[in-house]
Design a protein around this ligand. Sequence first.
Ligand code: HEM
Length: 458
Amino acid sequence: MDVAGSQREAREQATLLSAFVGSATVWLLIATAIGVLLSFKFPFPDLATSPYLSFGRLRAIHTNGTFYAFASVALSGMAIYVAARSSGAAVFAKPVAWVSLALFNLAAILGTITLDLGMSDGSQEYREWLWWVRVIFLIGAICSAYVVAGTIANRVERPIYIANWYTLGAFTFTTILWIVALIPTYQIGLGGVTLQAFYMHNAVGMWFTFLALGVTYYALPKLLNRPIYSYSLGVLAFWTNLVFYPIIGSHHYEFSPLPWWLQTLAIVFSVGMLIPVFAGSANLILTTRGRWEIVRRSYALPFLAAGVVYYFVGSTQGTFEALRTAQAYWHFTSFTVGHSHATMYGFITLITFGAVYALLPLATGQQPSILLTGVHFWFALLGVTLYVVVLSVGGTIQGIDWASGNPFISSVEAAAPFWLARALGGSMMFVSHLLFAYNVYVMVAAKRTAFEPKAQAA
Ligand code: HEM
């Protein structure tokens, strides 16, 4: 490619990445503003009682919004950018990438409106959107997959860089997952429950985990200016994640009518998950060894480092939480919601923030304010930690209360102060999102003159 051609390509990549991240950020604000409202409904149940603001409708809007309109869109955009940069190739079929973004947004808008009007595909978590809305989202994901795979196919070097193993794995597995989740015969009875276990947990483990690890495998070595600690550990973590993850979802249905052997298998494989989690997090943390001064001074690296620590802590917690003795107390309590946010926020969202701060300045040449980024980091980290800790304690108290056979209301009274503290932690997280949105605006609104990659940018 000549100089003019590569400048045009860099400009187009910057515009594409900016659009994916900008769109994801708008949805982050909407979905987490709703999350804050939901969290205040626990200590103040009479707050906002209109049907359009009812807990049942807003909860699904919050979960689908954070999952599909925020995290999926931001990480897909970054996966496309990483595929191009690490392959030394132009983004393949750019119009298809734009179609993908449009379909993601169309699905998110229709999904949000229909859910708020009370139209939902039932109580199956993370697939409450009506089936045809999910089909729109699925086509959007296939478009992104096509762009990522086509870009990697045009790479200049034969080996596929480890980051792209993860993102390709995410798109391949998840496309199958979403198609299976739409098959009508799997929507009812115990088959529906088994499929729900398969779907809900793999949406987290094969989609978000793979995408987040993929962008980290690109951003971390780039910012530290050194290779990843061990390519082999990365490959080991990839394959063992693929072996163990798909079967663990039934640990959400322990003591249910699902076959006992399936529940036991899910528990055994949950223990097996220690292998990819230890291998993956050790590999990423060891990549930072001896470079903590760089981590401390960077505005992107603290998010990535904290995200990897949360990956380790949240996933290890998941293994122990899957044991029957633990489930006997924690099942149905707020402890589970603490665990969800340790992983989906502490791990996935912090990594997403870090990767945006790493990649967007490289693409646009514009850096965010270091002070605001620091405040964003501490509000997000302390907010989510408060959220997780108080729900872990409050959820345990709830579980013990239920096991003691006390009247249900006594567990509600016991958990109330912890729910109020969760609302405080959630508000801190939301304030951090406002700062993130401003930073994204600064990085995207860069003067589009110089598009040379700046490795030192973050
Ligand atoms: C300001 C930030 C946030 C606040 C205040 C918040 C608050 C909440 C609340 C109140 C619930 C309902 C909990 C219940 O039913 O007991 C919830 C559920 C959930 N949220 Fe968030 N959230 C936030 C950010 C996020 C983000 C960024 C994600 C994902 C990327 C996320 C993923 C989830 C999930 C998966 C659930 C379902 C939990 C479960 O059933 O285990 N949240 N959130």
